[in-house]
Design a protein. Sequence first.
Length: 211
Amino acid sequence: MNQTFLNTLALSGGDWVIWGLYLCSVIAVAIMIERGVVLVREARDFRALRAGLLRALAEDLSGLEKAVHRHHGAASRILKAGLTQAGRGAAGVEDMLASATLEERLRLEKRLLVLGTLGNNAPFIGLFGTVLGVIKAFHDLSQLSAGPEVVMKGLSEALIATAVGLFVAIPCVVGFNYFQKKVRDLMAGTEALARLMLAQIRAGKEIAAKG
């Protein structure tokens, strides 16, 4: 970067940084709404799946398959994948469950990285805008040979960038942590159901072997 560009950037003030932060806030809100809708739908499907699966535990393997195939959320997709390997025994089912769980976790955490990145970096972007605003304020003071009120006005405008950065970052961090917890809870609940299903498959194999 040449000196002219750096000088122009330094004297540009923080207004464009604030507009960038506003754009980041729009992106963050869109991601939070989209992930919120997805995870609410997943939680609803999981509760229905859990109720159906617990009822089906009293039946044979075909009852489990029917209960799982009635639903279409992440938990049901994981269990469906496991049931495709039921003929190979519990070991095959367990391997497929582990693989499907990783795939579904990636799908559920989609775009959360963007939210986390915005939450971590928005304050620094705001601080960058503030620094640019301070530089411009002192430059204006030297050019105008005016009193301290010129600097005070420039500083107050510059600090807006920091405030906007924090305003963007706080909801992003809260949303990121909340959605991460929801994903962990869903995966933990799915693992519990998978363990119940594995126990049923093992019990069925033992009964078949004795018969």
